[in-house]
Design a protein around this ligand. Sequence first.
Ligand code: FAD
Ligand code: DHB
Length: 392
Amino acid sequence: MALRTQVGIVGAGPAGLVLAHLLDQAGIESVILEARAREYVEERVRAGVLEQGTADLLDAMGLGERMHSEGIVHHGIYLRFRRESHRIPLSDLTGGRAIWIYGQQEVVKDLIEARLAAGQQLLFEVSDVSVSGFDGDSPRIRFSRNGESEEIECDVIAGCDGFHGVCRPAIESALTVYNHEYPFGWLGILARVPPSTDELVYTNHERGFALHSLRSPELSRLYIQCDPHDDIANWSDDRIWDEMHARFATNDGWELNEGPVLEKGITPMRSFIVQPMQRGRLYLAGDAAHIVPPTGAKGLNLAVHDVKLLAAALTRWYESGDSSLLEAYSDACLRRVWRVQHFSWWMTSMLHRLGDADDFENQLQLAQLDYVTSSRAAATTLAENYVGLEDV
Ligand code: FAD
Ligand code: DHB
């Protein structure tokens, strides 16, 4: 027997979960289908920076309590190059806006707990998911659960199933695809060690990019640029720390704390966008539609922005039959997606050792870093993009 709902959501990442909450607040029913187990989704270590607007949205949804008690507000970041740190005072340059350090998996935990506590539908460990009927007015999602085939009939399908999901491929033949792969990846670690810095440090070094981030007073999150095809098995903890020490070294005797590595992995980097982000009654949101390189800390924030627009458009449609916001959904999202894509590419280009770059390009990077850290206008450009532009 088919299950009936208003919005069928594929994927319980930040996009799918935030969408479901916003819809619920507007009195719109949804079912979320997730391929993975709850524990897996809640433990997946990913992004850690929330833009001011993302944090404000979590607050407005009544889900900001743990973010306020366990998250950390940051008012600046450091850019480190030529072995010296230069602070970008984000809040001073943006009229008081800031960022929150709060792990993506903590956001996901809060969203899942609230959804299940409210007795709403969120099905984990589904398989063989396929979408159909979205070109007409009876979209369907077929899937298997516990060895049984099941089906959801809905008004609209939200494809929030990430880069490797099934929703984008279902419409890809009708889309324009923009794909740019970078010749490097990030090796990321989570370590049980107090952070060696009060604010994030983005480092340009001749051995490659390095980023010092954090999760709590006891947990540090660090990344180094690496070969995207490298095997993590080639990186012993000692080798990782040696490389970190070399790249973060300063002239003023700053010390990097070392501790047990709890998690490590390599992520390739790409810029990817499909246009449009919709077809018929199927709407893509988040990583299903676009990927940014992580240097701007934007992937999660962009996903949340998409679904904010989608929820508003669906609310208007259900309340008044007016489909104008739904029709304009893709264009409205893509304005911000391209802005953020440019910012992420720019940060990436300024901070990484570029494949076979000659010394000319390295000198250009340093000239740009000198400018960004000495001109208020240039620093403001970085700051307002980093905390998240309000009107794009
Ligand atoms: P996702 O979080 O990917 O959620 C999609 C969900 O759909 C997943 O739970 C997946 O299991 C599920 N799914 C997939 N296929 C199916 C299917 N067929 N049926 C049902 N469910 C399905 N951003 C940063 O800013 N900084 C970082 O350091 C950073 N690190 C990252 C590391 C990795 C390994 C990855 C993959 C991403 C990283 N990102 C980072 C990006 C950021 O985490 C994403 O932009 C963000 O997760 C996007 O949210 P989403 O909900 O769109 O997609
Ligand atoms: C983190 C990740 C990023 O991609 C970034 O630019 C800054 C911080 C993090 O995981 O903390």
